[in-house]
Design a protein around this ligand. Sequence first.
Ligand SMILES: [Zn+2]
Length: 166
Amino acid sequence: MKDHEFISELREAFKREVYPGEKDILHCSYDKAWGGTLDGPCRECSEVVSYFKNMGQYGHPPRKLGWVAFGLTKLTPEAFAFWLPSFIETSVLYGVEADSVIESLEFRFESLESKEWQDSHIGKLSKEQLIVIKKFFSLSLEKNLTDDDLYNSSICTLEYYEKKFC
Ligand SMILES: [Zn+2]
């Protein structure tokens, strides 16, 4: 499968996702609004919010997205579904140059990520979306951007959530 064919399939699968709005990009647990002790998000979360605020779904340069790639785990399920395809697209287009973006994707889908997080984020994706993410990991394996263990673990997670559609 060629990169541009994959990308049009990816964009098609995520085209119904909408920008979550500034207040729902993430819910920092240190913020009083979410039961914490600070008047607003912590420094790490603020960095993620200021990057994604008013940001479109695609066209993220690999270095900039790489700086906030750790934030993928902090995004609300809605924000995750909206920007996940940009993480995938940047990984496909830039390869090794986007290695920290690819790594952040691997961490979310592999078996070491918490089941609670995966249920609330990956569990909300559609069957079409889960299938296109599996294709992304296959493509990454073909290009040697991921290893067999991370590939197998991610596919296993994706198939687990796909089963609920059977
Ligand atoms: Zn925080």
